[in-house]
Ligand binder design. Structure first.
Ligand SMILES: Nc1ncnc2c1ncn2[C@@H]1O[C@H](COP(=O)(O)OP(=O)(O)OP(=O)(O)O)[C@@H](O)[C@H]1O
Length: 308
């Protein structure tokens, strides 16, 4: 069967708090799936349920067709990074990985491979207690890769990484997916997932509010808008508004224009002698697409609440 994570109808309460409320999605192989949503949306709880660390009140979570606890050689089926801070501080990265490898019948050679893959070779013999959060994340990822699993799941792997680490992580995640693995990555920051995730599962209040390809999400949020670069922002805003456009200043020297085609934008500016240096189709960022989605979802919930 194909390597996947399948989450169906998960519900879970902690006392009065409803952490999961029908969470359902599938993680496909060969893709990076971003798992995003506001604080408390249920991302970590879902991941803990997938790993069998929390029991759901209802629903199922399957890894390669089976509950995690019933997997044989689980490290060779699912690699997970949940809490990078949870380490034995007096142990070196290499010893930590050797201990994990031995517990699953994996070779010491594989330990050195994953140390190389995650860029830890120079520090592998140092005590993990002195590691930065970024180094701990790399060690957590090395541990997740030990069994060469076809499915990977990481909770906030970008956390604590510097810009170089973030760039490394992006390429690393894309490579893992290109090798055919199913990769699920949670994040708070859309900018981290921009140009990394192929697909996005957006959670809100314990359930999925969007489950779409990143390309679709960005196309939907981009709409028919035009982006204009001009040093005469005020003049451009005035003449374009007079021509019926909706105009927003989105960056220094940049306007984003709706309700007017790029040809009409150029014609209007030229007729009024407003200087400009660039007119292009607007491409929404993942952040904008996400904000649009969560705004719509909140509006729907608000209306549902108001009418009941
Ligand atoms: N062990 C627990 N005891 C009580 N409540 C919990 C527990 N774990 C999670 N919750 C609650 O369940 C809800 C979902 O939390 P969860 O950590 O899964 O969300 P999240 O999407 O991962 O959030 P964040 O982005 O902040 O990590 C929250 O309201 C949280 O307070």
């Amino acid at each position: 069967m194909e390597a996947t994570i399948e989450v169906t109808g998960l519900r879970k309460r902690f006392g009065q708090a409803r952490a999961l409320d029908g969470m359902t999605f599938t993680v496909a192989p060969g893709q990076v799936t971003g798992f995003v949503g506001p604080n408390g949306a249920g991302k970590s709880t879902t991941m803990r349920v997938i790993l069998g660390l929390d029991a759901p009140d209802e629903g199922t979570a399957l890894v390669n067709g089976k509950p995690y606890r019933r997997l044989r050689q689980p490290l060779s089926q699912l690699g997970a990074l949940l809490d990078a801070a949870a380490l034995q501080p007096s142990r070196s990265a290499r010893n930590h990985l050797l201990w994990l490898a031995h517990s699953q019948g994996l070779s010491a050679g594989r330990v050195d491979e994953v140390i190389g893959l995650t860029g830890l070779a120079a520090v592998a013999k140092r005590k993990a207690g002195g590691y930065s959060l970024g180094m701990r994340q790399r060690l957590g990822i090395a541990a997740a890769l030990l069994g060469d699993p076809p499915v990977l799941m990481m909770d906030e792997p970008f956390n604590g990484m510097d810009p170089e680490g973030i760039a490394w992580m992006r390429t690393f995640l894309r490579d893992l997916a290109a090798q055919g693995r199913a990769v699920l990555v949670s994040s708070h920051l859309m900018s981290e997932l921009q140009d990394t995730a192929d697909h996005l599962v957006v959670a809100g209040r314990g359930k999925v509010i969007a489950d779409r390809s990143v390309a679709d999400l960005i196309a939907a949020a981009s709409g028919e808008r035009v982006q204009l670069r001009t040093t005469a922002r005020a003049d451009a805003m005035r003449v374009l508004a007079n021509a019926g456009a909706e105009v927003a200043a989105t960056a220094p020297d940049v306007l984003t224009i709706a309700r007017l085609s790029s040809e009409r934008v150029v014609a209007t500016l030229t007729a009024d002698r407003v200087p400009f240096s660039e007119v292009s189709a607007h491409r929404a960022t993942l952040e904008e697409a996400y904000m649009e989605l969560t705004r719509i979802a909140d509006a729907v919930e608000f209306r549902a609440g108001a009418s009941s």
